[in-house]
Write a protein of this length. Structure first.
Length: 264
């Protein structure tokens, strides 16, 4: 296995460089287009941020494979696979809402080994290495101690596709009647980080992609959280649904959630 400390250092710097680039371009968009649904936006800044991250990876680890949101698969046939979201929260970014981040994970074997998420608005760098805990700006973080859903602040998101049945609406209605409060920030990566540091007690969402969850799920687990599918099965970054909690409310949330609704 390669030196994970070097991989982590490269990921941290790339996430910060790309995140600061994104922040510098708030309110300076030149191009906004759509990927499929009109709600799924991509900008020239998403692409510019990804270029920074991929450039850093390919300079230091040219033999590694990459899965990036905007440019897709860059396969080198290597066991190390970087999973990159250059701008999670693009819709927030386009409206000047300061809830967005860059997310980088390194996948090896059957699990994520490194997770790095940078929020340039708050200058918060969330990091984790498998088996070594989770950190916020170098300080160890842990999930909350809320013991029941009724005392929990939880968060969710909604799929871009709104065709057919609207996924997650019934779940949302259930949760607002059971939890202390429910939020929707518009960035799955930050939702997972906020579970990790105790700002949220639980998070669930459907219709996700690997780059949405790869880094954040490791950070949440390393902070003491539990991450599964909605029904409680083992989570893999290629699952489209996720449930992440402080462990204490996991079974209660899982018993109330359903993934039966169609996502097209």
């Amino acid at each position: 296995m390669e030196d994970l400390s070097k991989i982590k250092a490269v990921a941290e710097k790339a996430a910060q460089d790309a995140g600061n680039y994104v922040l510098e371009h708030v309110g300076k968009l030149k191009e906004i287009s759509h990927k499929g649904a009109f709600t799924n936006l991509v900008t020239d800044v998403d692409k510019g941020s990804e270029k920074i991250i991929l450039g850093a990876i390919q300079k230091e680890f040219p033999e590694h494979s990459i899965l990036a949101e905007e440019s897709g698969e860059h396969s080198q046939g290597n066991a190390y696979r970087w999973v990159v979201d250059p701008l999670d929260g693009t819709t927030n970014f386009t409206h000047g809402l300061p809830i967005f981040c860059t997310s980088i994970a390194v996948y090896h074997g059957d699990s994520v080994k490194i997770g790095v998420i940078f929020d340039p608005n708050k200058n918060e760098l969330f990091t984790a290495e498998e088996g070594k805990g989770a950190f916020l700006n170098g300080k160890k973080i842990n999930v909350s101690k809320a013991k029941s859903l009724s005392e929990s602040l939880i968060v969710t998101g909604f799929a871009y596709s709104i065709e057919g049945k609207i996924a997650n609406i019934e779940n949302f209605a259930t949760m607002i009647s059971k939890a202390q409060a429910v939020r929707r920030l518009g960035s799955a990566a930050l939702d997972l980080c906020y579970v990790a540091c105790g700002r949220f007690d639980g998070f669930w969402e459907l219709g996700l992609s690997p780059w949405d969850t790869a880094a954040g799920e490791l950070i949440a687990r390393e902070a003491g959280g539990k991450v599964t599918t909605l029904e409680g099965a083992r989570f893999d970054i290629f699952n489209k649904e996720i449930l992440a909690t402080n462990r204490l409310i996991h079974d209660e949330m899982s018993s109330l959630l359903s993934n039966d609704e169609e996502i097209k």
